[in-house]
Structure formats: C-alpha cells, structure tokens
Design a protein around this ligand. Structure first.
Ligand SMILES: [Zn+2]
Length: 493
C-alpha cells in the first residue's frame, strides 16, 4: 500500500526538517514500546516516557550518543521495528523527541518510516507573552512553553512589567504586590480589581519546566516608560510625584520613571540584581520602548541630570538611562536586550556594546543595529511577528488594530532585505510577540498564538514556501487539537 502524502514525515511536521527521506511502512507506537539511552539523554528520556507513553527497558527506541552533531542537531532513523536517535547534545535528542511526538500526534501513533537529518537556521527562536496587560497562570505558561518547544522554539520572553500591572516581588518594596500588581477594572462600577504577581517559587517552577524543554527564559523589566503601575506604588519615582494609578486603559502614558531621581536608580539596581539572581539564563530585557519625554522636559531633577551629564536633549537623557540600566545588567552578570528605541539619542553616549537590539517597528532598527555591530533579534510588527493583530481584516475577528495573516507570518524572514553579509551574521533570529491588551484569557491567547506561532517556528528553523505551509495545516490542526489548543481555523489570506 502506498503511503498517502499526509501520512509521510514531510506531511506531518512543522517545522519541516532540513533533510527528510521517506521510506515505506511505519513504526507503531503502543503501550509496550520501550526505550534505551545513553546517560546524557536521561532527562530527555524522562520526557519521552511522558510524551510518547513508553517504558524504559528494551530498544524499540534508542537514543545514541554520536559525536559530531551541533547543538539542537540530530539524526532520526525510523524503521518498522526500531527508532534510532543520534545526537551529540541533549538538545539534539530533545528536538528529535519533539519530531517523533509531532508525527505520533498527527498520525494516530503511526510514525512513518524515514531518515531525518536536522539542524536549525537560527539560534534565537522565540515567543513573547505580555503578562502585564492580562495575567496568565503558571499552568498556562507551562502549557505554552511545552507546545512552543514541540515546534523547536527555544526562547520564552516574559513581559513582566508595564502600565497595567507589575508581576514581580522585590524584597523591601512590598507595595509592588499590594498596589502595583492590581488595577481597578473601570468597566465595572463596583471597584473590583484585577491582577496578581508571580512568586519566586512560581518563577523557578516555570524556569525548571522550560529548561527541561531546552528553552531559555528571558524576563523583561520595562524601563523607563510604561511605568504607571510602578509609579502608583512609589510615586516619588516619577517626575511629578503623582498621584498615579495602575492603568486600566491601553496606550502610551506620559507618566514615566524620573531619570533625575537617584532613589529610582537604586530601586532599578535592586530589581535587576534580584532578577539576575532569580533567572538563571543569560539575558535580561530592559524594555526602552514608547517612552514619552514630556514629563522630563519640565522636571527640575531631570533638567539637572542633563546639565550634570552634558546632555543636549531629553532623547539623550533616555540614552543615558539605557546605559545606566545596561551597566546594572552587565554587573549582575547578564546581557541586556532592548526594543529598537534604544538606538535613538545615542549621538553622545553611543550604544552600550553588549546591548542586543530587538527590532519591532519594521526592520530599520535591525538593519541599523546590525550594521553598527550589535546582535539583533527581529520581530517586526510589519512582517507577521505581532500576534495581537487580527488573523484577518474582519470585524468578526478578535485582536488589535493591525492584521497578521498566516500568509504574512509564512513569509517572514529574520534577514532584512539589502543587509550586508557581515551584518547578516549579527541576526540571531526572531520571535512572535503577543501583547495582551485585548487578550483576556488563556483560551483567547491560544487563538491568537496558533497556528501563527507554529508557522513562525518554521521560519526560524527551516523556512518553507507558503503553499507548503497550507498543505500541512490539517496535520498541524490535528496535533494542536490533541494538545487541547483553541486554535484559529480560518483563512490564511
Ligand atoms: Zn524627572
């Protein structure tokens, strides 16, 4: 019997592996399937027992240590009677497991015989969840990390602070939890509030879960704008002294951190130190976007800072803040990442050399930063990376003002057009971002993420033409449905 196209490895997988050879027949995964492994794959096999429901013992599935593969790279041989995974690193074994898991989910535990050799196109393959505008449970975050990791994504960017809620605790600053983590729901007249924080234990739990799935966690502490929640708890950190409130509306607010206030800098130092201690991965995102300078123009403390530092404009003052916060991050042993506004007002002070730039307002920021020798992560809102946008330009679809069709995501390339070969090496990869002003629940977030995040994952692992993405949508939908994802099933264009 000939294998149907939608039952071959290439028909069942997203991302598509770099190299696939189809063979006849299939391996049937069942309750009695056994696994053996080299000890370096111990943790991967622990997950395999869960995800493929098999047992340690025999050699139906074999995880072999073979020298010569890079991080995340693997070879997978599926025969009718045995599956052999070869890899040098646990990350490669893990990616192979996810490839097996996808085929099993999409094809009722019949894994088509094949030979796969696989490697990623980009090292940074991420997604961002805004947990400030709306709060998402640890259980949901773990579910997202799991499904994202099934698509070989490896960075979870966790947006933890913004105007509408502060989600971290910091010792000595109890009002962050008491005040800054909650907003009054103005749409109700009874004064009810909304919000919450993640405890240190919960953050460690999320990290352990992510690390087991070979995903790094990147916390974002937004500075110096989007600070209403912080200022509502500590009004002296603002230019006017307040009063401020945790915002229950969406937009860009004039209330920002006072760049002339040494107590604010001391506070940021403590937050960064705590964040660096709590999060074990190498990066801290420092925000830097959408910071109006209106309050700084007339603030005596900010004016004084500018005078002391010889800064000619409030834009330069923001650049000074960026360099201060970057120094804090570096001193804490981490690498800073900032939104592309960090490139502005840098005539006098330059851009801190270790700063990674996240290009979101189109690709201009990414082109400029990479040409200046900075590492860059691409997530342009103009090119299919913003998942808060509607799936279609329809009144009937949920979402923010813009539109990101599946086709648009399927055409995203992290390498901007016209960029030099040298600068190209600076592009680490890309990510899909979900801002949650209008995303009020986990189920709604799933609808916005999927299938666009699956498609994004392929752009970062092994980009395929849109027509090929379309062909694989039924098998993708089957997998996501089996994982209880409330996905969008409408048109792609
Ligand atoms: Zn000020």
């Amino acid at each position: 019997m000939q294998t149907k196209k939608n039952e071959t490895a290439s028909g069942l997988l997203m991302p598509l592996p770099k190299h696939v050879e189809q063979k006849d027949g299939a391996f049937r995964l069942h309750m009695g399937t056994t696994i053996s492994y080299d000890p370096i794959f111990g943790e991967v096999v622990e997950l395999a027992r869960e995800q493929l429901a098999c047992n340690i013992g025999g050699e139906d599935i074999l995880f072999k240590l073979v020298e010569g593969f890079g991080e995340d790279c693997y070879r997978l041989k599926v025969g009718k009677n045995q599956i052999v995974v070869s890899s040098t690193y646990p990350s490669g074994g893990f990616r192979a497991l996810q490839t097996l898991r996808q085929m099993a989910l999409a094809n009722d535990n019949l894994i088509p015989c094949c030979l796969i050799e696989d490697e990623p196109a980009f090292p940074w393959r991420g997604f961002m969840l805004d947990c400030s505008r709306h709060f998402f449970s640890v259980a949901f975050i773990k579910k997202l990390i799991d499904v994202a990791s099934m698509h070989h994504l490896n960075r979870f960017h966790w947006h933890l602070t913004d105007d509408q809620g502060w989600r971290l605790t910091v010792e000595g600053y109890e009002r962050l939890e008491e005040v800054a983590s909650k907003r009054t729901l103005l749409s109700y007249t009874d004064g009810r509030t909304y919000g919450g924080v993640y405890t240190d234990e919960e953050i460690l739990e999320v990290q352990a879960y992510a690390h087991k799935r070979h995903m790094l966690v990147v916390p974002e502490i937004e500075t110096p704008g989007h600070a209403s929640a912080l200022l509502s708890a500590y009004p002296t950190f603002g230019c006017t002294g307040g009063p401020y409130e945790v915002q229950d509306r969406w937009g860009i607010f004039d209330e920002v951190m006072c760049a002339g206030n040494d107590n604010l800098l001391q506070f940021l130092q403590e937050v960064i130190t705590k964040t660096a201690r709590l999060f074990s991965d190498p990066y801290i995102h420092i925000g830097g976007d959408e910071c109006p300078h209106t309050a700084w123009e007339t603030c005596p403390k900010c004016r004084q800072r500018m005078e002391e530092q010889g800064l000619a404009s409030v834009k330069e003052l923001q650049s000074w803040m960026t360099s201060q916060v970057c120094t804090m991050v570096e001193k804490a042993g981490k690498r800073p990442i900032g939104w592309d506004e960090v490139l502005e007002g840098t005539e006098k002070l330059g851009i801190p050399s270790s700063l990674i730039v996240m290009s979101w307002r189109g690709d201009a920021g990414g082109i400029e930063a990479s040409s200046l020798g900075h590492d860059v992560i691409m997530c342009p809102n103009t090119a299919g990376c913003y998942f808060d946008y509607k799936h279609l330009p329809s009144f009937d679809e949920p979402g923010n003002i813009g539109v990101t069709t599946i086709e648009k995501t399927a055409q995203f390339s992290p390498i901007p057009k016209g960029i030099s070969k040298e600068a190209q090496c600076r592009i680490l990869g890309g990510q899909g971002n979900l801002w949650t002003e209008k995303v009020t629940s986990a189920k709604a977030a799933e609808y916005m993420f999927f299938p666009r995040l699956s498609v994004m994952a392929e752009r970062l692992w092994n980009p395929q033409p849109f027509a090929s993405v379309e062909e694989r949508r039924p098998s993708l939908e089957k997998k996501l449905t089996r994982l209880d994802i409330n996905l969008y099933r409408g048109a792609s264009v």
